[in-house]
Design a protein around this ligand. Structure first.
Ligand SMILES: Nc1ncnc2c1ncn2[C@@H]1O[C@H](COP(=O)(O)OP(=O)(O)OP(=O)(O)O)[C@@H](O)[C@H]1O
Ligand SMILES: [Mg+2]
Length: 249
């Protein structure tokens, strides 16, 4: 399969000198669902921001569909990638939920009729159809999270990047999102502390620690490796832990 994303020796240093990525190498094939996991501060969000071209590597390069990410070809890259940010307030800035979800497709000159259809569909998918006329800044954290996901679904991107998509969702919305993501054939990259979601959704898992990749492979193999998980300040997913009462796996 074609490598849709290539990350070649990427380092990233923030302005204050903090080295958040210390030489990252991996490729992602079209259609892959990849979970990126790691403790707080491991570099997950920084990596995603580099992949979508919101930050540029200090060293190394990232190719999306064979194009190196540069300022010049950013519009093309952005057309292929949709990203749900860790903080929904970074994603929502219009006066109504409708306008926020319509914003992306409108930028790409999708006809208004099609936009209206996509907005309704995307909001329904995340269980937020009833919020359509509300001002985003007056929503609860979980409501904002759902709308943020809808803004990206409405773009129908080839590559879907999500930074902690389930952290603000209640259990029912979480399950709905996981089921939806399973159905979508896009290439998916998801960072999360929700390891049961990774197990459910991602064929491949990459573990980051201190700005470096420490493991990369089959999700179940990685998530059931208790030594590896412990050394990265992670735990086995609940569904792979023994029952606390009877100790049966
Ligand atoms: N704007 C910034 N300026 C300086 N350092 C930053 C900035 N943003 C993040 N960092 C640092 O870069 C490192 C990686 O942070 P990053 O946000 O990528 O981690 P993360 O794995 O996404 O963590 P979390 O699980 O908490 O979301 C951390 O040491 C963090 O303190
Ligand atoms: Mg993060």
């Amino acid at each position: 399969m074609e490598e849709i994303i290539q990350i070649n020796n990427v380092k990233y240093k923030y302005n204050d000198g903090r080295e958040a990525l210390k030489g990252i190498n991996f490729c992602i094939s079209e259609g892959d669902a990849v979970g990126i996991i790691g403790a707080n501060g491991a570099g997950k969000s920084t990596l995603l921001l580099n992949i979508m071209g919101a930050l540029f590597p200090s060293e190394g390069e990232i190719l999306v569909k064979g194009m190196t990410i540069t300022k010049k070809n950013l519009p093309k890259i952005r057309e292929a990638i949709g990203m749900v940010f860790q903080n929904s307030d970074d994603q929502l800035f219009m006066n109504t939920v409708y306008e926020d979800v319509a914003f992306g497709p409108r930028n790409y000159k999708v006809p208004e009729e099609e936009i209206s259809k996509r907005v309704k569909e995307a909001l329904e998918t995340v269980g937020a159809a009833h919020l359509i006329d509300r001002p985003p800044y007056k929503l609860s954290g979980g409501e904002k999270g759902r709308v943020a996901i809808a803004t990206v679904l409405a773009m129908k991107p080839e590559i879907l990047i999500m930074d902690e998509p389930t952290s603000a969702l209640d259990p029912k919305s979480r399950r709905k999102l996981i089921n939806l993501l399973k159905e979508l054939n896009y290439t998916k990259i998801i960072t999360t502390h929700d390891l049961d979601m990774v197990l459910d959704l991602c064929n491949r898992t990459i573990v980051l620690k201190d700005g470096q990749v420490v493991a990369d492979g089959d999700t179940k193999t990685i998530l059931s490796d208790s030594k590896l998980m412990e050394s990265c300040e992670l735990e086995l997913p609940l569904s792979l832990q023994s029952c606390p009462i009877c100790s049966v796996k």
